[in-house]
Design a protein around this ligand. Structure first.
Ligand code: CMC
Length: 446
């Protein structure tokens, strides 16, 4: 049995890298494991040679203590409530930047200069149309299909439409596939919405910015002019920025794992969308609104807070808590502010769901259960209220998350493919099933 590890001080004289020593109490065998330093954040123990040298695997369901890769894209300090993309604080990006710039930043590592930016915007804009044949795929779905089910299917099918950009070993094809995914996702998401409400698909317009174009494709009908509100377009753009990437969460890890086998990027992003759909992940924004509707009135908030604390009740406060943030999610703070701006623009004086959400937040943040477990509102807590005010049905909320997160998935997928140490992801297990036994013919079984 291996005992606790201890950190060995960094050797000063011989310039050796720091290590931790693992001692197997059963055999007395010691093994030094190298300690790796990132640019900021906790150090990691490099266990790559652990199995070969000791015969032990590590056990970490849910990967609470495991780093699966090296990445230079996004940094989170969950205790301090910090989120940085390529070193830039999310609050700064949400306030001063726009989604196209953030996409460029995530993909290329630096903010674009004016020439780079206009070329990038052009490249994305001129990939927004989808193959005309794709609309027949939509028509195969039931009209009442959940739009996330449609998204998983349609995005997975892109590899059948754009097979000239599925060679992952060709850097040019990788870039084209990345641009296609970022550019076509609003068109695909808007088509999923239009199909569900029985309205004709709306083609993209290249003279509009990314967010305005998306809003128009969702809400324009051929019989009327549609003028995009600049305040709503700005809010939409900000929501996209806030969801653009979040390091190695479930869906991003799914994209990386799917891609580690050499699968094409369209298939990998479809896998990410499937993972995002769950209520513990991106599906939480839809679940928050359903929860607020179920609570109904402020006087019922204490009843639901009590239920969330009850171990025998599976109910959790949706939009609360996070694997990494043990402080206020910085995205939730920006989202809350945006929520007020959007409601003001729309002339909504009294939004009962917002009042309910703020009351729920107030009561939960004064409650010892939530305080001691460091459960704070996360990005999904306020986003649903904004999206509902913009007229999106709840079933579209996670679709919007997927649209915005596509750039993060693509950037992480590219980083993985371009990492020379990359190999197929293949976790091991602690086997607890039957040991080897003889086959018994059917007639001899009791
Ligand atoms: N309501 C009530 N109790 C909670 C909640 C909650 N929302 N979240 C965590 N807890 C409790 C949990 O019961 C556990 O208690 P105990 O230690 O007594 O067993 C403790 O807090 C730790 O929770 P955990 O489930 O071990 O933590 P986790 O890191 O595995 O889960 C989470 C993180 C986000 C899945 C979880 O907080 C949750 O289910 N939240 C609600 C769903 C949600 O809002 N998800 C959106 C996440 S942010 C968007 C995204 O990145 O996708």
């Amino acid at each position: 049995m291996a005992s606790a590890t201890k950190t060995a001080p960094a050797a000063k004289s011989d310039n050796k890298a720091p290590t931790v020593t693992l001692i197997d109490n059963a055999t007395g065998k010691k093994i030094d494991l190298p300690v790796m330093d990132g640019s900021v954040g906790p150090k990691v123990i490099d266990i790559r040679k652990l199995y070969a040298e000791t015969g032990y695997f590590t056990y970490d369901p849910g990967f609470t203590s495991t780093g699966s890769c090296q990445s230079a894209i996004t940094y989170i300090d969950g205790d301090e409530g910090v989120l940085l993309h390529r070193g830039y604080a999310i609050e700064d990006l949400a306030e001063h930047s726009d989604f196209m710039e953030v996409c460029y930043l995530l993909l290329h590592g630096e903010l674009p200069n004016p020439t780079q930016k206009s070329k990038f915007v052009h490249d994305i804009t001129y990939h927004t149309m989808v193959h005309e044949q794709l609309q027949y795929l939509y028509r195969g779905f039931r009209r009442d299909a959940h739009p996330m089910a449609v998204m998983v299917g349609v995005v997975g099918a892109l590899s059948a439409f754009y097979h000239d950009s599925t060679d992952i070993n060709d850097p040019h094809q990788r870039m084209i596939a990345s641009h296609r995914l970022i550019a076509k996702m609003p068109t695909i998401a808007a088509m999923a919405y239009k199909y569900s409400v029985g309205q004709p698909f709306v083609y993209p317009r290249n003279d509009l910015d990314y967010a305005s174009n998306f809003l128009r494709m969702c809400f324009m009908v051929p019989c009327e002019e549609y003028k995009v509100s600049p305040v709503l377009a700005k809010a939409m753009d900000r929501i996209f920025i806030l969801h653009a990437d979040h390091e190695q969460n479930a869906s991003t890890s799914t994209v990386r794992l799917a891609g580690s086998s050499g699968a094409n990027p369209f298939a990998c992003i479809a896998a990410g969308i499937a993972s995002l759909w769950g209520p513990a992940h991106g599906g939480a924004n839809e679940a928050v609104l359903n929860m607020l509707r179920a609570i109904g009135t402020k006087d019922r908030v204490p009843e639901y807070v009590k239920r969330a604390k009850n171990k025998d009740d599976s109910f959790r406060l949706m939009g609360f808590g996070h694997r990494v943030y043990k402080n206020y999610d910085p995205r939730a703070a920006v989202m809350r502010k945006t929520c007020h701006e959007v409601l003001e623009e729309l002339g909504v004086k009294n939004e009962p769901l917002l009042d309910l959400a703020m009351e729920l937040e107030r009561i939960a943040l004064e409650d010892d259960y939530f305080v001691s477990k460091k459960l704070y509102p996360n990005v999904d807590f306020y986003s649903g209220i904004i999206l509902r005010a913009m007229n999106f049905p709840t079933s579209m909320f996670t679709v919007l998350f997927a649209l915005a997160r596509t750039v993060g998935w693509v950037a992480q997928w590219k980083e993985m493919i371009e990492d020379p140490s990359q190999k197929i992801g293949r976790p091991r297990q602690l086997y607890t099933g039957a040991t080897k036994r003889a086959y018994v013919p059917t007639t001899k079984r009791k």
